[in-house]
Design a protein around this ligand. Structure first.
Ligand SMILES: *[C@@H]1O[C@H](CO)[C@@H](O)[C@H](O)[C@H]1NC(C)=O
Ligand SMILES: *[C@@H]1O[C@H](CO)[C@@H](O)[C@H](O)[C@H]1NC(C)=O
Ligand SMILES: *[C@@H]1O[C@H](CO)[C@@H](O)[C@H](O)[C@H]1NC(C)=O
Length: 263
């Protein structure tokens, strides 16, 4: 399954909020595309990338990131001239054991590989759901561990959904929803997440759209999936999901005054 994450990483598409060129912090939520080591610090989690060749081309050692090099969040940080964000669980450990006084001021990475936008996606792997990631962030705000002004000027990166759609086609879990209703349920969750992030003070939100998940090699293992071409049914769901994300983003400035968003 680890290979799957690596490939999903390459498929995710992105663009950058130009107005955030002066942001000094980034808060990150999502799956393996962004996970910088939360799963590594979560010993209960079976989705791990803490072995070679992960990390080989940039850090020259496995860091817990699901890529050989930097994540998109790392590249954006470099572009902004700020340090890479630490995994929340690493920062928390350091604050709890006294080796750090405060949480980092350049943002925090909450992403957990293998998680989806639906809570029902992969709980048996011990992943941190995106809803739980947001509760971790919320707790820090409530404990005044993160400055509210910092939050307002920070960039928020949200990327999730590939794993839910991939899992929809797994043989041992007959879906109760048809593909359209399943995608709608995902979009409802994303809408709720945006709503919560905004209420916690975020004003610059970048939603990342999953790439053509139906083209990853692992799709060939699924029942009914073609081996010699992409899995059309899966890509159709991704397309619908991305269309839904697009309208969420279009509606955001109307629904949420003062918010800038893009995908
Ligand atoms: C970024 O620039 C805007 C507009 O010039 C300003 O209002 C904001 O405070 C700046 N943010 C940071 C983090 O410097
Ligand atoms: C505290 O936690 C940090 C982060 O995991 C770790 O690097 C450091 O070695 C720990 N220090 C102690 C004294 O346990
Ligand atoms: C560890 O993972 C299992 C599933 O593998 C889960 O049921 C359990 O709640 C998790 N424990 C903790 C402490 O997160």
């Amino acid at each position: 399954m680890e290979k799957l994450f690596l490939i999903l990483l390459l498929l995710s598409s992105c663009s950058l909020l130009v107005s955030s060129a002066n942001a000094s912090a980034i808060f990150i939520f999502g799956d393996s595309v962004f996970d910088a080591g939360n799963n590594h610090f979560n010993k209960n989690c079976s989705a791990q990338a803490d072995f070679p060749p992960y990390g080989s081309s940039f850090f020259h050692r496995p860091t817990g990131s699901f890529t050989n090099g930097r994540t998109v969040a790392d590249f954006i940080s470099q572009f902004l001239g700020i340090e890479f964000q630490k995994p929340f669980l690493e920062a928390q450990l350091a604050v709890v054991n006294g080796s750090r006084k405060d949480y980092p001021s350049n943002g925090i990475n909450f992403a957990s590989a293998g998680s989806g936008v639906l809570q029902a996606t992969n709980p048996d792997w011990g992943v941190i759901s995106i809803q739980q990631q947001l509760r971790q962030f919320q707790a820090l705000i409530q404990q005044n561990q993160i400055d509210k002004n910092l939050v307002q000027n920070s960039l928020f990166l949200v990327e999730s959904g590939s794993i839910d759609i991939f899992n929809y086609f797994l043989p041992y879990d007959t879906p109760t929803l048809d593909p359209g209703a399943f995608v709608q349920a995902m979009l409802t969750e994303v809408g709720d997440l945006i709503d919560q992030i905004y209420k916690l003070g975020a004003r610059r939100i970048a939603l990342f759209s999953p790439g053509p998940v139906g083209c990853i090699p692992a799709r060939a293992l699924l029942p009914g999936a073609p081996v010699d071409k992409c899995f059309g049914k899966m890509n159709l769901m991704v397309k619908k999901y991305n269309k839904g994300l697009e309208s969420l983003v279009t509606d955001m400035p109307i629904k949420y005054p003062g918010a800038a968003s893009l995908m």
